[in-house]
Design a binder for this molecule. Structure first.
Ligand SMILES: *Cc1c(COP(=O)(O)O)cnc(C)c1O
Length: 352
């Protein structure tokens, strides 16, 4: 009988993490550059005796460092084990209306998984013909809204006016903007937090701060909303972030110079990759993220995905409506992207 009481969920499928280091990994939007020097220093000098004790449940050091960086106060900052954990906490905390929450039909594919997991009713809104999100679609009655900016996996960003329209239309709902990729060239809505008490901005250290392996994410919002998030978190697990990770996060947010240097290198490589892919006949979306959504010419996306994989180059293929003709390619180092271009050239020559 126990089987009938198992919670049935369709889990999120993350990109492959191959065992071998001998591959070019352009499939999960990780940063190709290592974390900053301060992160290395923490790990080489960490006092392991302190691991006897629980970490600070308030994660004061990291929340303060994040608050200082964004000119907010610690009361505006909630941290968690990657933004996946933070968004899951947001669903539990804010999405309890019987009305459906709204998000785009083509977007981060975890949003519907959490909705199912937490029994939150939802409705998706179709992207337009240019794969853009339509702001006016989010004016109908709803139990909350979550939208990434830039959107994934298109990489297309919307400006601040777009989000103020959505916020103005939804004073009675929590609006979560998932800014996982905003550092790579989009406009943040963080400075709207003082103006809109229903706005939650979610960020991660996984992409622009090279710390996907440490699992650090955070939400910024008004103090009352952040307090509500903490109430839910402390009812779940008081110590989600370990002592080492907290220190790593503080170092990563403090080294702004290194952060800016990495981000601008990636933006530069992205422009070059965009050009070389277009020269190969690919259709390439204008991307404000650290990845490109591209449509190959002369070969199907699925076939190209397989052929690249056979050559040790991992990219992301989504077998889904409106995406199955595309590949999502993470921006790596210049050398990695050169190798990708070479491989593409040789694959395309062979099929012509
Ligand atoms: C990568 C990603 C996240 C999750 O990142 P974490 O590693 O859990 O911090 C959240 N939202 C979007 C849109 C992402 O692409």
């Amino acid at each position: 009988m126990w089987r009938q009481y198992i919670r049935k969920v369709e889990p999120y499928t993350p990109g492959e993490q191959p065992d071998s280091d001998n591959v070019i990994k352009l499939n999960t939007n990780e940063n190709p550059y290592p974390p900053c020097e301060g992160v290395k220093r923490v790990l080489s000098t960490f006092d392991t005796d302190t691991l006897r004790k629980y970490p600070d449940p308030n994660v004061k050091a990291l929340r303060t460092a994040i608050a200082d960086y964004y000119n907010l106060s610690m009361e505006n900052v909630f941290v968690g084990v990657g933004s996946d954990d933070v968004i899951a906490m947001c669903y539990m905390t804010f999405f309890n209306s019987p009305k459906p929450i709204l998000f785009p039909d083509i977007t981060y594919s975890f949003y519907d998984v959490w909705a199912d997991e937490f029994r939150v009713p939802y409705k998706t809104k179709a992207l337009d013909d240019e794969y853009r999100i339509v702001a006016s679609d989010y004016a109908e009655d709803n139990g909350g809204i979550i939208i990434p900016n830039p959107n994934a996996p298109t990489g297309i960003a919307e400006g601040k006016d777009f989000f103020t329209e959505i916020l103005n239309n939804n004073p009675d709902s929590i609006v979560i903007i998932d800014e996982a990729y905003v550092d790579f060239g989009a406009e943040s809505v963080i400075d709207l937090i003082g103006e809109y008490e229903n706005l939650i901005v979610v960020r991660t250290f996984s992409k622009s701060r090279s710390l996907a392996g440490s699992r650090i994410g955070f939400a910024l919002g008004n103090a009352e909303a952040v307090r509500a998030l903490h109430d839910v978190k402390y009812s779940f697990n008081s110590y989600t972030m370990d002592r080492i990770t907290i220190e790593l996060g503080v170092e990563a947010i403090k080294d702004d110079e290194y952060f800016r240097e990495c981000v601008s290198k990636i933006i530069c490589t992205k422009k070059q990759t965009q050009d070389s892919l277009r020269n190969l006949g690919f259709e390439v979306f204008e991307s404000a993220a650290n990845f490109l959504l591209v449509k190959p010419k002369g070969i199907s996306a699925e076939e190209l995905y397989t052929q690249l994989k056979n050559r040790g180059i991992f990219v992301r293929y989504f077998n889904k409506p409106r995406l199955s003709d595309y590949l999502r390619i993470t921006i790596g180092t210049d050398e990695e992207m050169d190798k990708l271009t070479e491989a593409l050239q040789s694959i395309l020559e062979a099929v012509q």
